[in-house]
Write a protein that binds this ligand. Structure first.
Ligand code: HEM
Length: 433
């Protein structure tokens, strides 16, 4: 892997970083990030062909990713896309929105005081104390999901049976969406955010000509708006304890949220809450399937579960990166960064930095401290992190009660995606009662 003198990554390594298919080959990807971190921790990534994507700085050290995440005045979310995208994707978003690189305006695309105002609306709702009231409902969903898994056994795909549908049910429940509407919501989020993996993205977008895609995405936004206008009316007339009721009845500076901002809130929750938790849940199950002793230990002693959940989130790092834009000229680990430069915070690389985590590729449920960056840090740190931990803990409590043993029944496959990624299949043989 050659590097050139001015801190620019060589073309082959740059390709690995930006191509979705590299993210399906986990060990190779971790090798690449290890090499980049060691040789060029703040690395310039440029396209082989002008204009394919905007050059950016790849940040791979834990300390650098932490520092940038916490300095929300110097490193902004708004000006450019917060997710790596080729120029054509960004142009497409601009075309649809009338100039903004963000398909949807939401918490992740706001900065400064306005971001805090929007975040505060639901922050309390997502705290552990409040989430306790959702536990019974989540447990019911976990039982239903595990019942289905056991009925489908002994040979099952854990992703299809459990780790994909369960977090989707949870997030739809807190948003007041009835189960029969879930497939429609799933399709709409896929149409809006165009998943990169063909097996997972059922929206059919990739086979269509550009005008048809524009129409479809615009239709998905309109459909989403119409759907949540219904939910909003319902939650205004008869508020319940769910987060949809908080959003529907929220005010900022004394005014109710306008339709666009309300939709942004619903859309970010719908999109952020399921693929992420699905990936860490599947990762936890893979770690247990590979280590029967660990499975037996946690089955006998549930106090070990919290460590397994936290380590699974680090070990899988479902959100693989976010982007930031420098607000002014600055420096990172001695490298000059100019105002307007785009930066990729590689959470995968940060969470596998040996300077922070001993033997980082090892799944170590007893790891302590485990201050990983899978949920980010600073003003934008994941709003749903307590919910993600809670739903994983409840699911594994139910799974461990019902399962006597699990073993891998085939090679698990990872998805092709630079942004949110993880297992798309996890073939298991289960013994259950
Ligand atoms: C933001 C990861 C689950 C809602 C984020 C960020 C990351 C992340 C890395 C950006 C942090 C930053 O910029 O510093 C994860 C992971 C999850 C998970 C790994 C599961 C294991 C959830 C769930 C929800 C959720 C269950 C809610 C239903 C959000 C929201 C934001 C966010 C609303 C934007 C916060 C803001 O910009 O202020 N998440 N997330 N996430 N997440 Fe999560």
């Amino acid at each position: 892997m050659a590097t050139v003198a001015d801190n620019t990554l060589d073309a082959a390594t740059a390709r690995m970083v930006i191509e979705p298919k590299s993210y399906a080959r986990w060990d190779g990807l971790l090798d690449t990030f290890d090499h980049v971190r060691q040789t060029m921790p703040v690395a310039r990534v440029t396209p082989a062909q002008d204009g394919v994507f905007d050059p950016f700085w790849l940040i791979t050290r834990y300390d650098d990713v932490m520092r940038i995440s916490k300095d929300n005045a110097t490193f902004l979310n708004h000006p450019r896309s917060v997710v790596f995208s080729l120029t054509e994707g960004i142009e497409f978003a601009k075309h649809l929105t009338g100039g903004s690189p963000h398909m949807v305006a939401s918490l992740v695309t706001f900065d400064g005081p306005i971001h805090m105002k929007y975040r505060k609306l639901t922050q309390e709702w997502f705290m552990p104390k409040n989430l306790r009231q959702t536990e019974d409902e989540i447990r019911k969903l976990a039982h239903r999901t595990v019942d289905r898994l056991v009925a489908a056994g002994p040979d099952v795909d854990f992703v299809t049976q459990v780790s994909a549908p369960y977090p989707l049910h949870v997030v739809m429940q807190i948003m007041g969406v009835p189960e029969e509407d879930e497939p429609r919501m799933l399709m709409l989020t896929q149409q809006l955010f165009g998943g990169q993996d063909d097996d997972l993205n059922q929206s059919g977008l990739k086979d269509l000509p550009p005008e048809a895609i524009t129409q479809l995405v615009a239709g998905a936004v309109a459909d989403f708006e119409q759907y949540f206008a219904g939910i909003t009316a319902q939650k205004r007339a008869a508020p319940t304890s769910d987060v949809a009721s908080i959003i529907a009845n929220a005010t900022i500076d004394g005014e109710p949220l306008n339709d666009r901002d309300m939709m942004g809130y619903f859309i970010i929750l719908a999109a952020a809450g399921h693929d992420t938790t699905s990936a860490s849940t599947a990762g936890a199950m893979l770690a247990l399937a590979r280590d029967p002793e660990q499975f037996a230990r946690v089955k006998a002693d549930r106090s070990l579960l919290a460590g397994i959940v936290e380590e699974a989130i680090r070990w899988t790092t479902p959100v693989q990166h976010f982007m930031r834009t420098a607000a002014c000229d600055t420096e990172i680990s001695g490298q000059k960064i100019a105002a307007g430069d785009w930066l990729m915070l590689s959470y995968i690389a940060a969470n596998h930095d040996p300077a922070q985590f001993e033997n980082p590729r090892k799944f170590d449920a007893a790891r302590s401290p485990n201050r990983h960056l899978a949920f980010g840090a600073g003003a934008h740190q994941c709003l749903g992190l307590h919910l993600a931990r809670l739903e994983m803990r409840i699911l594994f409590e139910v799974l461990l009660d019902r399962l006597d043993s699990i073993e891998l029944a085939g090679e698990p496959l990872r998805s092709n995606s630079t942004f949110v990624g993880g297992l798309k299949t996890l073939p298991l043989r289960i013994k259950a009662h």
